[in-house]
Design a protein around this ligand. Structure first.
Ligand code: NAI
Length: 349
């Protein structure tokens, strides 16, 4: 199948080409960068760029590509009704439009839960022990410890909101640190409960936690789940880490709480308006996003640009599953059931 690959970085290109070759080169991967320069990304998929997929059987898209109704309509009009998502989350996809227009869509539901869980821990440890600030100090030969005081995580209560594939790995790591672990999740795991994880409703969990980690999908229930009301339930001195999706947090409410010194530290790998910022080198541009600019001013906020997934193992798994999904869609009319989009009919007539 001829595949139009959007938002591809050089590492995507390398791993997809490699996975396609290992599978016997069933697909023609057309990387839409046109520039072929290391470090540059091909165009994001948007209503304006979707026409580039004309004469392709499928598009291959990533987390910040726009898969709203308008884009899907342009794709369908161009005769392209297959999509291989190189990510687990699909909050950027209009499910109703995809269903109405008869799209066949595969995703990569679990490429490496370890990658994301370990990055969550990285943010937590850094923000607690101020490792990023200590590194900057030592480089300037400032060896003073004032301002770097942290807390033992051992014995603290940590809540994992969304204890699915990623949240379960995270819960196990936190148990290993000697934390009491609470999970907030409508679907409970016997395995986690047997390991000592306690399931509680959101409000109760928040009042009891020193650490709150967000590893849930973005959906109608989780949109702005962390807001002024729920932040008020968290004790002062809470650590909040978000490796889920930016819009799980109401950023304006977060900034208000940070100004009020409510949080001990906040680690963010995702941001509500990240589409306009992340995955590009913008170091020579003027930052236009005033909300993001304010977040950067807090010394107890550590931000990474959606890199929690970014390990060798995860990239290889993403590429391999993406090629498998494209092959299954081409030969059987649908991706393997495990990689289908929940809520979207697996096959279309
Ligand atoms: P998963 O589907 O295995 O687990 C999600 C869990 O969240 C499920 O157990 C589900 O029941 C639970 N959940 C759903 N609605 C909830 C709610 N209202 N409150 C609490 N829990 C709820 O998904 P997985 O693989 O663990 O990924 C979770 C999310 O992590 C993805 O949807 C994606 O948004 C994000 N992610 C972020 C990455 C990054 O690089 N920062 C990379 C991969 C995923």
């Amino acid at each position: 199948m001829r595949v139009a690959v959007f938002s591809a970085r050089p590492y995507d290109r390398r791993t997809l080409i490699d996975a396609n070759r290992k599978a016997g080169s069933p697909h023609e991967m057309d990387f839409l960068d046109g520039r072929s320069t290391e470090g540059q990304t091909g165009p994001r998929l948007t209503p304006r760029t979707a026409g580039l997929a004309a004469e392709h059987g499928a598009v291959c898209a990533f987390t910040n590509d726009d898969l709203g109704r308008e884009t899907l309509t342009v794709l369908a009009d161009a005769g392209c009704r297959s999509i291989a998502l190189r990510c687990a989350g699909f909050n950027n996809l209009d499910l109703d439009a995809a269903s109405e227009l008869g799209f066949r869509i595969g995703r990569v539901p679990a490429y490496s839960p370890h990658a994301v869980a370990e990055h969550t821990i990285g943010l937590l440890l850094s923000i607690n022990r101020k490792i990023h600030r200590a590194h900057a100090r030592v480089r300037e030969q400032n060896f003073a410890l004032e301002g770097l005081l942290g807390v033992d995580l051992h014995g603290k209560t940590a809540t994992v909101i969304g204890a699915g594939a990623i949240g379960a790995v995270l819960a196990k790591i936190l148990l290993g640190f000697g934390c009491r672990v609470i999970a907030v999740d409508p679907s409970e795991s016997d395995e986690l409960r047997a390991m000592g994880v306690e399931y509680l409703p959101l409000e109760e969990a928040l009042t009891r936690s020193t650490v709150v980690c967000l590893t849930c999908p973005l959906n109608e229930q989780t949109y702005h789940m962390v807001n002024a009301e729920t932040i008020a339930l968290m004790p002062r001195g809470t650590f909040l880490i978000n490796t889920a999706r930016g819009a799980v947090i109401d950023t304006t409410a977060l900034i208000r709480a940070l100004k009020d010194e409510h949080f001990a530290g906040v680690g963010l790998d995702v941001y509500e308006e990240e589409q306009a910022l992340f995955f590009e080198d913008r170091s020579t541009s003027i930052l236009q996003d005033d909300v993001f600019a304010r977040l950067l001013t807090f010394s107890n906020v550590l931000i990474t640009s959606h890199q929690a997934f970014f390990t060798r193992e995860a990239l290889d798994a993403i590429a391999t599953t993406t090629i498998e999904n494209l092959t299954a869609i081409e030969t059987q009319g649908s991706p393997p059931a495990a990689n289908a989009i929940p809520g979207l009919p697996a096959t279309v007539d």
